[in-house]
Every structure is written in structure tokens, then in C-alpha cells.
Design a protein around this ligand. Structure first.
Ligand SMILES: *Cc1c(COP(=O)(O)O)cnc(C)c1O
Length: 392
């Protein structure tokens, strides 16, 4: 066992998948979003586990992510959500990977590539309804329809849009996005386009807008055992598949008054045991995305959290645990080493500490160990840039 590793419980992922399925409307099916390396869990083992569970549609952001899934035997449909480069198209088409198209000139170009390769290119159209990122706007739709009708090598498999404020309490913006979505779809239909599947919901939409499920729902966050925001807690029985563990690699008993770490920001208030674990900023530990407070209440929460941190208190879920007891960081987190103030808790070299590490920020080089039916089934390591996934 290495000194730092991540345990991923694939049974929890499967459980979450079944929970989500139970919420879906009858005509709808689930597209599992496993972008960004499966939100850090590992796209390949997660997709494999979901395929065992009956999942037959996956989504990622980039063509290279889709190819990785195919290389590892994922057979279900795979949709690339982000923009793709024409240079990647031949490979994607050869592997039956569906592409999102959100620019008019790409329709004819992709059709040409598909014709040259004598294959049909599966595509989804992305509509811009309020995310302000990618997609066709209203005035582009008649030309889009015309171009599609001239492209016999394209197979339109779906039309979708993405919610910007699905996780927010105020639903007005989402209603408006949905209205546009419906309107744009009818414009396409009036212009002779037959639309097989419509999809608008992400995880938040799935929970809050059953009437928007249509033929497909795209969910990633829920599969990973998280809710899109605290407002959703308890709406589904989810299990967290993610545990980061670090071994104590150094231990010492120190007297009261000992300074710890860079800038000596931490001073031991009494005689204590200091444990060192091999995790730090380079592993993604202590990093957080920059939160923009949503309103005054949110701002106050963020301020309180930061003031608490000043006194060494971790609020929320960001707790380090030793045998279910909360322990705290002493001083600043280092690049790859962090000191823990164990107080008078008995511990030994090699004992495990559970570390709060954000899934999407966890360094992919940290080995992942996958468990199924309670036993280790797969190990994943990246050494010198090379990914290896080994079944046990
Ligand atoms: C990430 C993403 C999703 C999944 O969102 P979750 O909230 O994680 O379920 C769905 N659709 C698109 C276009 C995305 O980028």
C-alpha cells in the first residue's frame, strides 16, 4: 500500500445509479456524465461499473476522454459534450463516438468527414438558452435546419441545452431556459427536423424538474454521491464512494509551545503528539474552487468558515478523521506534507488518517483503489504519465 491513496466504493456508485433511476420519469433514460475523469473518481472504472448496472449512455467533455472509455471496453453510446476539433473527428467516428455540434459551419464540415470515411456521424445539437457558453441561438435555427437537411451523413440523435441555475432556489431563470428550449425545438421541427431525443436536465434538474426529464437526463454529481447544493440534501438516498487515506509517515511527541510549519503560524498549546502525513497542495489538498457568494447569507457563511479556519477549526465536511475522531491540521499545509495535531490520541507510524480532498481537485497521480462487493477489484496508477488499470 502506498502512503496516500483513494478508495472508491463502486457499490456506492451503483447504488447511486439505482437511486437516480428510481426518480426518472417512465420515458426517460439516464446518460451518466463521467467527464473530468469521472469527477475524479476515475472515468473508466466508474463507467465499467455503471455498464454492469445496465447504463448504456455516457457523456464526457472531450474526444480524448471518450476514446479512453472505448479503449477500455465501454460499449454504450458516448457523447462528447464540449466542442471538438475537426482533427479528432476521424478517430471519434471510427469509434462510434457522438459529437455535440454547436456551430453552423461544423455541420457541413462534419458531414464531409463522415462521407469521406463512409460512416454516419452521430450528433447532438446544443442549443443556447441561457448558459452563455456554447450552442445555437434562435436566429441560427432556420439555417441550421437547412444545413442538416443537406447533410445525409449525419445522424441526429438528440437536441439539448444546459441549465445555468438549476441548483438555485429561484427557479424563474430555469423556467425561462426551458421555455426557450421548447420554442427552439418547435422551430427546428417546423423546419422539417425530426428530433429523436431531447435533454435539458443535469443533476439539479433531475431532482427538481421531473416534468423536464423528456427522453434523456444527464447526471454526474449525483452518481458521485453528492448533491448539487445543500438545498437538495435528503432528496435522494446517496452513498459517498470516495475516501482519501494517508498513512502517518512521521510521529513525534513535542512540548507545549512548539511551533509548527511555515511562518510558525501554529503553536502547540500543550504537550502533544504531532503526526505527519504525505499529502499537500500538490495533491489538491487544501485547494478549493473560488466561491462567489450567492447573496449576503452565503457571504456570511464564507466569512465565518474563514474565521474558524484562523483558529484551526474546520467547519462543514472538511474534517480529518482518525478512527472516526476528528483531528486537526497544525500549521500550514505543505506541498506534499501536512502536520496533524493528534493531542493525546494514541497512534502509530503507518496508521491511517482520512483526509478531506475534493474529488475534482485530487491529483490523478494519487493511486485509486476500487472496491466491489466489499473487496478490492481494481487498482489504478499513473506513473510517468502512463495510466494503468489493473484488475485484481
Ligand atoms: C457537467 C454537465 C452535466 C452534469 O451535471 P451534474 O450537475 O454534475 O449532473 C450535464 N450536462 C452538461 C452539458 C455538463 O457539462
Amino acid at each position: 500500500m502506498p502512503d496516500l491513496w483513494i478508495e472508491i466504493d463502486l457499490d456506492a456508485v451503483k447504488h447511486n445509479y439505482r437511486q437516480i433511476k428510481s426518480k426518472l420519469c417512465a420515458e426517460s433514460s439516464l446518460m451518466a456524465v463521467v467527464k473530468a475523469d469521472g469527477y475524479g473518481l476515475g472515468a473508466v472504472p466508474v463507467a465499467q461499473a455503471l455498464e454492469e448496472e445496465g447504463c448504456c449512455a455516457f457523456a464526457v467533455t472531450r474526444v480524448e476522454e471518450a476514446l479512453l472509455l472505448r479503449e477500455h471496453g465501454i460499449e454504450g453510446e458516448i457523447l462528447v459534450l464540449g466542442p471538438s476539433d475537426p482533427e479528432e473527428w476521424p478517430q471519434a467516428l471510427a469509434k462510434k463516438i457522438d459529437l455535440t455540434v454547436s456551430r453552423l459551419e461544423r455541420i457541413a464540415a462534419l458531414n464531409d468527414t463522415a462521407r469521406e470515411l463512409e460512416v454516419k456521424a452521430g450528433i447532438h445539437l446544443k442549443l443556447e438558452t441561457g448558459m452563455g457558453r456554447t450552442g445555437f441561438t434562435r436566429e441560427m435555427l432556420p439555417a441550421l435546419a437547412q444545413s442538416l437537411k443537406e447533410s445525409s451523413y449525419l445522424n441526429l440523435r438528440g437536441v439539448y441545452t444546459h441549465l445555468a441555475r438549476g441548483a438555485q432556489r429561484d427557479k424563474v431563470y430555469t423556467y425561462r431556459q426551458h421555455q426557450r428550449f421548447i420554442e427552439y425545438i418547435s422551430i427546428l421541427e417546423e423546419n422539417g427536423i425530426n428530433i429523436p431525443r431531447r435533454h435539458i436536465c443535469n443533476s439539479a434538474g433531475l431532482l427538481d424538474f421531473p416534468e423536464y426529464h423528456y427522453e434523456l437526463v444527464r447526471s454526474g454529481t449525483l452518481l458521485c454521491g453528492h448533491f448539487p447544493s445543500p438545498a437538495f440534501f435528503g432528496k435522494l438516498d446517496l452513498k459517498d464512494p470516495w475516501t482519501v487515506k494517508a498513512k502517518i509517515v512521521h510521529l513525534q511527541r513535542v512540548p507545549k509551545g512548539t511551533f509548527v510549519g511555515y511562518q510558525s503560524v501554529y503553536k502547540c498549546k500543550k504537550d502533544t503528539t504531532l503526526a505527519v502525513i504525505g499529502v499537500g497542495h500538490a495533491d489538491g489538498f487544501g485547494l478549493e474552487p473560488k466561491f462567489v457568494p450567492q447573496g449576503l447569507l452565503d457571504l456570511i457563511k464564507i466569512i465565518i468558515k474563514n474565521i474558524a479556519a484562523l483558529f484551526g477549526l474546520q467547519l462543514g465536511r472538511d474534517k480529518l478523521l482518525f478512527k472516526d475522531k476528528q483531528v486537526r491540521i497544525a500549521g500550514k499545509i505543505g506541498m506534499q506534507l501536512t502536520v496533524i495535531d493528534m493531542g493525546d490520541i494514541e497512534c502509530q507510524l503507518g496508521d491511517e488518517i482520512v483526509v478531506p480532498l475534493r474529488r475534482t481537485l485530487a491529483n490523478p497521480r494519487i493511486p485509486r483503489i476500487y472496491k466491489k462487493n466489499g473487496v478490492i477489484c481494481t487498482k489504478r496508477v499513473i506513473k510517468e504519465g502512463i495510466l494503468s488499470i489493473n484488475q485484481e
